[in-house]
Design a protein around this ligand. Structure first.
Ligand SMILES: Cc1cc2nc3c(=O)[nH]c(=O)nc-3n(C[C@H](O)[C@H](O)[C@H](O)COP(=O)(O)OP(=O)(O)OC[C@H]3O[C@@H](n4cnc5c(N)ncnc54)[C@H](O)[C@@H]3O)c2cc1C
Ligand code: SF4
Length: 238
């Protein structure tokens, strides 16, 4: 009997955000990975953000709500008993195609809400245990930000420098200063300069419709190309 050579070590159902992270790291660790993704590879020239009718397109064909979008690869979601509609995207890259790229970590206290506030449950892991993985993700996703936020324990600097603070941000910062409240420039999974497969962010501000500049960290840019280079097979329209 001849041994089969086309057997995968790992099958990932859903080539979205976390599917991309798993595929890339498993492939880099030497595993043979197959990904089944019900959507298709995004085409950046289709993204609506740099088109004059972008607001109309974002309300229908590019809505984050699959029930409004209604593409062939979108399954309907029954949200009749939900206070909020489901928002997500079906494609290679998944919801990271449409996400806003605000890159906020949980605070150490968020892991201990039962102990500290008497609500819900404590997490079985701590911020400190997650820290090395947060830092790997920051490097993988081309995160821009300013190290040293005193609201968090010390850690590595984001791989890219922060963006300059614009007029609106300055106004907000000055208001917070008047109140004596802490503020810090937010981390963004948008690169402030060319980084790996990512182009420099041009600050269009329409990240939630897909990034036409190929800048925003979506796993179809940041992870799947590297997984493919290591032999991962991605089956789209699955
Ligand atoms: C508009 C918007 C803005 C957001 N902004 C932010 C933000 O600024 N910061 C932040 O941290 N988060 C943000 N989020 C949330 C974040 O994007 C998601 O939580 C995250 O991307 C989800 O990742 P996931 O891997 O769980 O799922 P997804 O990335 O949604 O991946 C799931 C994948 O599985 C595929 N799939 C599902 N079922 C099947 C099946 N049966 N067979 C094959 N394939 C299947 C889907 O097509 C999809 O590609 C935002 C989300 C939206 C919609
Ligand atoms: S260029 Fe920057 S601001 Fe514009 S959509 Fe891309 S990541 Fe977002």
């Amino acid at each position: 009997m001849v041994a089969r050579t086309d057997v995968a070590d790992v099958l990932i159902v859903g080539g979205g955000t976390s599917g991309g992270v798993a595929a890339r790291h498993l492939a880099e660790a030497g595993f043979k990975v197959v990904v089944l993704e019900q959507g298709h590879w995004p085409n950046e020239s289709d993204f609506p953000g740099n088109k004059p009718e972008y607001e109309l397109l974002a309300a229908k064909q590019w809505s984050p709500n699959p029930n409004l979008r209604g593409k062939p690869e979108d399954y309907p979601v029954n949200d009749s008993e939900s206070d909020l509609p489901v928002i997500m995207y079906n494609a290679v890259g998944g919801t990271s195609v449409l996400f806003a790229a605000c890159w906020t970590r949980a605070l150490p206290s968020d892991f201990r809400v039962k102990t500290l506030d008497g609500v819900a449950d404590d997490w079985p892991i701590s911020y400190e245990e997650l820290l090395p993985f947060y830092e790997i993700n920051d490097r993988d996703m081309g995160v821009s930000g300013l190290v040293g936020n005193p609201a968090y324990p010390p850690g590595a600097a984001p791989p890219l420098p922060p963006f300059p603070i614009h007029k609106t941000g300055r106004r907000m910062a000055e208001a917070l200063n008047r109140l004596g409240w802490h503020w810090w420039p937010g981390d963004n999974a948008t690169p402030s300069m060319d980084y790996g497969h990512q182009k420099q962010c041009l600050r269009y501000g329409i990240c939630r419709m897909g990034c036409p500049a190929g800048a925003k960290a979506s796993t179809y840019i940041t992870h799947f190309p590297l997984a493919l280079n290591r032999g991962t097979q991605i089956i789209t329209g699955a």
